[in-house]
Design a protein. Structure first.
Length: 365
């Protein structure tokens, strides 16, 4: 009984101290609740163009009027975007566009499409670096460059703060659990191939290891639980497009059984995926996948894949409406985007530039 009274007394003291501390310190801020967007005002579409033609473009769909501007970048800035638009990232009020062959990173005001600055990443000898994919984290943008590095860009000063070496020819990039993961494609050293993701400690900005995944990793994504997913193209034959999951606590990877993915887009732990393998024309499909349970949600999100006149090259999801956007690439002419509602019903088709590669959705939050 004495033990009970002693415990009750100590509990009262602890609670009293706790309550007194809270009452005396009004400076502790309430935790912020993330704002949920309620309106999408515009959708940017990056069109890669054809290598050597300097015809990458940025299209813009105005959601209020429904009007498509074929090349908002040229219209607003009075010049071409460059040679081979690679990827695009919307972070805060700015739109970041990497242009691979031009070796530039264009930073735009997302509200006006006007260029704020153009960054030109170079190596220690002053030679241009080729920018690829991007990810954002705590006021920084991290971008892979195809010469084997990740660039760190401060979003306030818009300066490249430094580079860190990763594996050969990195492409996809994602951030989870205080670490950066890059898909090291080794794509410029054929017939050499890669099965590695580089791991960079974000605090020290130094490479700390590798993760072995499938052959030819290309795209990487993170989920809300801190796992990394890597799309690996294998030997490019039938059934080769495999999805691997990395547990970032120990950086161990395993294949997700029975799931073939060519490209995907993650929204609220749902992966919107498609398979479009040249060697398997009858096996093309679009489906949804739950990253928390590793289960397919809807195996036939698009009932009739033949609605696409060419294989898809891009996918994105409107964070407000849930509409799913696909782009196709003919590589010789202006192409189309296909907009489906969240149930997988085609709403409309709109012409954009050549070879759409990335979507960015501008919302009110």
């Amino acid at each position: 009984m004495k033990k009970f009274y002693w415990f009750a007394s100590m509990l009262t003291i602890v609670l009293g101290v706790t309550f007194t501390s809270c009452d005396d310190d009004d400076s502790i801020p309430e935790p912020e609740i993330p704002a949920v967007p309620t309106e999408t005002s515009k959708v940017y579409i990056l069109n890669g163009g054809m290598d050597g033609q300097n015809n990458a473009t940025l299209s813009m769909l105005d959601m209020e009027s429904g009007e498509m501007t074929a090349d908002i970048f040229a219209d607003v800035n009075g010049r071409a975007l460059g040679n081979m638009g690679q990827s695009m990232l919307l972070y805060g009020s700015k739109l970041y566009i990497s242009v691979y062959r031009s070796s530039t990173l264009e930073v735009l005001d997302a509200a006006t499409s006007k260029v704020i600055t153009t960054l030109k990443p170079v190596d220690s000898e002053g030679a241009p670096r080729a920018p690829r994919m991007m990810a954002s984290h705590e006021g920084k943008v991290y971008m892979t460059t195809f010469d084997g590095f990740v660039a760190k860009i401060d979003t306030a000063s818009l300066a490249i703060e430094g580079y860190t070496a990763v594996g050969p020819n990195p492409d996809g990039i994602a951030i989870a659990n205080g670490k950066i993961y890059t898909a090291d494609t080794d794509g410029m050293n054929w017939p050499s191939t890669s099965d590695k993701l580089s791991v960079v400690d974000i605090a020290s900005f130094k490479k700390i290891g590798d993760v072995t995944v499938g052959l030819n990793p290309n795209h990487v994504f993170s989920d809300s639980e801190g796992d990394i997913y890597a799309v690996c193209y294998g030997d490019y034959k039938v059934g080769a497009d495999m999805l691997y999951r990395v547990d970032t606590k120990d950086d161990k990877a395993e294949a997700v059984d029975g799931v073939n993915v060519t490209k995907m887009y993650v929204k609220n732990d749902t992966a919107y995926c498609y398979v479009a393998n040249y060697y398997n024309p009858d096996g093309k499909a679009a489906f949804t996948f739950d990253l928390k349970t590793d289960k397919v949600i809807n195996p036939t999100f698009i009932k009739d894949f033949s609605v696409f006149t060419s294989d898809p090259s891009a996918i994105g999801v409107d964070p407000v409406s849930g509409d799913v956007y696909y782009g196709i690439s003919s590589y010789f002419q202006n192409d189309d985007i296909f907009i489906f509602d969240k149930e997988g019903t085609l709403k409309k088709t709109v012409e954009v530039g050549m070879s759409p590669s990335t979507f960015a959705f501008v919302t009110n939050q």
